[in-house]
Design a protein. Structure first.
Length: 433
């Protein structure tokens, strides 16, 4: 039957439909096989990311100090002076960053390390989030890793944090408290640069890359020394807790003597919590050997104790009044026990990954762990030192150099002995098997 142009042939329509049916699966396969084009991720401006993250880090560490200041001012009064609460809170916040204050009782520079740890953790996270916002980790395929994005993020956090410190010094430096704005700015800049850069480079995998290129002996020594230092500080914290618990009656009496009510007592307890890491460092120096001082008339060590006038602080109720006697000298073996545990962990981890590891690098890592632990403990003791006014409380804390020197030899010897014994024991076990 003939067809018109308006009525196409049915056979032609069938052939066209068959070709389309074959072409469509082929197009689908080609689309599936082709990698989808990804749009480049939108990055936040560096300045905006640094400002937002640094402000949040500052608020998280500032709120506890403002809360404590409010509790101390709201003891028995009907109204709370907002301006004084703000200035006192900012002064404590500045002190937590090692910015000294000049007050009516003299210079105050003993930092509450509990608050310092919170601030350092939040600034570290600010560096992480700032580096993530600008894409410090992401890079095109085949491109070499560059440290500049992470460095820019850490520097930006340091600059913003310096401005925040200068502003806090301007507000807090009134009515009996003097603060150097320039010193606050530089101190906050260094604090923000160090903590923020660590977070930024950790986010950009820079620290992991540096660790991968570091010789294995240095990596093992750093890890073992850090573990030993943490164990010594843990022993100091446990000893401090036991001493305060055994002197709980005296601590409660000190709180009652303030006649501050529930709010004031809560504020004093929180202040003691802020300074608990400081006392932990002092107790660690006591366990290591050199001891510590609280002013010019009080010196505490295992061999010699001289107690003079002390601040009425519940946390100091557990201070010993006599040299170590009875079972107390056993506490002095805790740093050596920490070294033995660190050396055992070093040998166990190393020989599990490499059962035939030679003696020299293994023992070298154990010996080098001592200087690492000594430096870390010395830095912690230096951070826990300062003053609480003029006169008898002008010098508080341990002698960081002596603590680091003694801890270096103690950790090296203990780790060396433990590593040697562990390797011999594992070798004998393998021989029996």
């Amino acid at each position: 039957m003939p067809t018109t142009p308006d009525e196409p042939d049915e056979g032609a329509q069938t052939r066209l439909a068959d070709r389309e049916a074959v072409r469509l699966p082929m197009q689908r396969r080609s689309v599936r096989g082709k990698a989808p084009s990804r749009r480049p991720a939108r990055r936040a401006p560096l300045a905006l990311a640094a400002v937002v993250n640094s402000l949040w880090a500052a608020l998280v560490s500032l709120v506890p100090t403002l809360a404590v200041a409010w509790l101390l001012f709201a003891l028995d009064s009907s109204g709370t002076p907002v301006g004084q609460v703000l200035r006192l809170g900012l002064a404590g916040w500045l002190l937590a960053h090692w910015v000294p204050l000049l007050t009516g009782i003299g210079p105050v520079s003993l930092a509450p390390l509990g608050l310092t740890l919170i601030a350092a953790w939040r600034v570290y996270r600010a560096g992480v989030h700032t580096a993530r916002a600008i894409g410090a980790r992401a890079r095109p395929r085949g491109a070499h890793w560059s440290p500049w994005p992470a460095a820019r993020a850490g520097l930006a956090v340091g600059v913003v944090y310096a401005l925040l410190g200068a502003a806090a010094a301007l507000i807090a430096g009134r009515k009996g408290i003097e603060v150097s704005t320039v010193r606050a700015a530089f101190t906050f800049a260094a604090f923000g640069l160090v903590a923020g850069s660590l977070g930024a480079f950790a986010e950009a995998r820079g620290i992991a890359r540096l660790a991968a290129r570091t010789p294995r002996v240095i990596r093992d020594a750093t890890r073992t020394g850090a573990v030993a230092a943490l164990l010594v500080l843990g022993a100091g914290a446990a000893t401090t807790g036991m001493a305060v618990a055994f002197s709980g009656g005296d601590a409660s009496q000190i709180l009652d003597d303030y006649h501050t009510g529930i709010a004031g007592q809560v504020g004093l307890v929180v202040v003691c919590g802020f300074f608990a890491p400081d006392v932990t460092a002092w107790t660690s120096s006591y366990l290591v050997g050199p001891g510590f001082t609280i002013g010019s008339e009080t010196f505490i060590s295992a061999a010699h104790v001289t107690v003079g006038p002390l601040p009425a602080v519940p946390l100091l109720a557990g201070l010993p009044s006599t040299p170590a006697t009875g079972y107390a000298p056993l506490l002095l073996g805790l740093p050596l026990l920490a070294a033995l545990v660190a050396g055992w962990l070093l040998a166990r981890r190393s020989l599990r990954n490499d059962p035939d590891r030679p003696w020299f690098p293994l023992l070298g890592a154990a010996v080098l762990a001592g200087p690492v632990a000594g430096v870390l403990l010395g830095l912690v003791c230096a951070a826990a030192s300062g003053s609480l006014g003029a006169g008898g409380l002008a010098d508080i804390g341990p002698h960081s150099g002596a603590v680091g020197f003694v801890a270096m030899f103690m950790i090296s010897i203990g780790a060396l002995l433990s590593t040697t014994a562990t390797k011999l024991a594992l070798r004998a076990k393998r021989a029996r098997e």
